[in-house]
Ligand binder design. Structure first.
Ligand code: EPU
Length: 415
């Protein structure tokens, strides 16, 4: 277990550059296996999930290298195999490999994925997508098993808007004969970016970013070079960190319109936010004002921003109600924050947060990646030195967030 020690009473100041999107990277890496030529993916964040995914690919005969933010994948050696379960269980996005293997070989098998422990994470909508294309799909002995005589395009209505199920259905459909229509698809910039990459490989994906995505199957996909969009969740975390500490931070490499929800909420707390073409500057208030927050699928207030935002609200002036509608157990960081003096009551899907004047240091543990990052943020404004365990989770979703915060003047040290 990696831990960090954080000294409190910091004000973040300066400039920092946001990395590429984790969600796109973790879908683009398996997507490369749909091509019959090498694929180059740029602006890839250095996350443990990215490295594990490259390891999984190597186990399937694929050449995969990762250096300086560039992943190069040569899929020509791809062979059918069942990926190592211990690797598949290390990350959530490993299940995208199954959609891709189904498309390439008409069958796929792999351990159920891992990922953050934030409440039940069913995959029924993924299976619904595969079945709509003609596959048999079962979960047996902790593994997903897919097989098909022949896949053909079809219409699939998603019962819930799901990032993962939308992506998996797209990946399994791009090489499938006929037209596939995904109704109630997840609408987000990272779905558009993945579609842009697939289309650059020769796929015919229409309507990403809307609730209906149409995919006209093609016979083959060729190589491409794709540069990934900036990561909204990392940007939001850094923006909230700036506001929380009453700091003044400029983020480079962002697409401000992707951050509208967090910009609006931070302004409600009293922060000044100035958006440029590909930058955003956040100047935090002396003390934030309490606000209510309700998480929703993008473009609503995205669930991944909730943990840092609710952390900020623990020191706000007034009482805030934070309602989490996407994940059942995403308030664990708030329970940890009570050790630091936060005043929080959880009632069902809502957290009622009464802002306190100041947090005090304690030994705390983050149980998922946004929780770990949020506890580090809390340590930066607390009195004293806070020890945060569970940093391995943070490293799955942020490229050295500790170094970025240190670059902005925080005192954060790995121990
Ligand atoms: N859902 C179903 N059935 C399914 C799939 C999802 O009922 O088959 C439900 C979930 O239980 C949840 C909702 O639909 O209530 C949305 O789940 P979604 O499928 O969108 O989540 P995901 O694809 O498993 C991704 C991110 C999460 C992020 C959610 C936001 C990756 C690897 N993970 O998860 O990221 O919170 O979308 O919807 O892309 C994080 O980075 O901190 C993180 C947890």
């Amino acid at each position: 277990m990696t831990s960090v020690l954080v000294k409190g009473k910091t004000r973040l100041r300066g400039e920092v550059t946001v990395n590429g999107s984790k969600y796109v990277a973790l879908a683009a890496i398996p997507a490369a296996l749909l091509a019959d030529e090498p694929v180059t993916i740029e602006n890839v964040p250095d996350l443990s999930d990215v490295r594990v995914f490259c390891d999984i690919l190597r186990g399937l005969g694929v050449q995969a290298t990762f250096a300086d933010g560039v992943v190069t994948i040569d899929p020509r050696g791809l062979v059918y195999a069942v990926p190592k379960p211990e690797l598949m269980r290390k990350l959530r996005a490993s299940y995208y490999l199954l959609g891709v293997m189904l498309a390439r070989f008409g069958r796929a098998e792999g351990a159920l994925p891992g990922g953050d422990d934030i409440g039940p994470r069913p995959i029924d909508q993924h299976l619904k997508g595969f079945r709509a294309l003609g596959a048999e799909a079962h979960i047996e002995h902790g593994s997903i098993k897919l097989s098909a005589q022949k896949l053909s395009g079809n219409s699939v209505y998603m019962d819930v808007a799901s990032v993962g199920a939308t992506i998996n259905t797209m990946l399994s459909a791009v090489l499938t004969e006929g037209q596939t229509t995904i109704i109630n698809a997840y609408q987000a910039p990272w779905i558009i970016d993945l579609s842009n990459m697939l289309n650059a490989m020769g796929a015919r994906v229409f309507g990403p970013g809307t609730e209906t995505i149409r995919i006209q199957g093609v016979k083959r996909l060729h190589g491409c070079q794709h540069s990934i969009i900036p990561d909204q969740s990392e940007a939001a975390t850094l923006m909230i960190a700036a506001a929380l500490t009453g700091g003044d931070v400029k983020l480079n490499n962002v697409i401000p319109m992707h951050l509208d929800a967090v910009v609006a909420k931070l302004r409600e707390t009293g922060a000044v936010v100035v958006a440029g073409e590909d930058t955003v500057r956040v100047m935090g208030p002396e003390r934030p004002t309490a606000v209510n927050v309700k998480t929703l699928p993008y473009p609503g207030f995205f669930t991944d921003f909730q943990a840092p935002m609710s952390t900020l609200l623990t020191i706000a002036d007034g009482t805030s109600i934070v309602t989490e509608t996407v994940w059942d157990e995403r308030f664990k960081h708030l329970e940890e924050l009570t050790k630091m003096g936060a005043s929080v009551r959880i009632e069902g899907r809502s957290a009622i947060i009464e802002g306190v004047d100041c947090l005090t240091s304690a030994e705390v543990r983050g149980g998922d990646l946004r929780a770990s990052a949020s506890l580090v943020l809390a340590g930066m404004v607390a009195e004293g030195e806070t020890l945060v365990h569970g940093i391995d989770h943070m490293d799955r979703g942020y490229e050295r967030l500790d170094l970025k915060l240190a670059q902005l003047g925080a005192w954060v040290e790995r121990v």
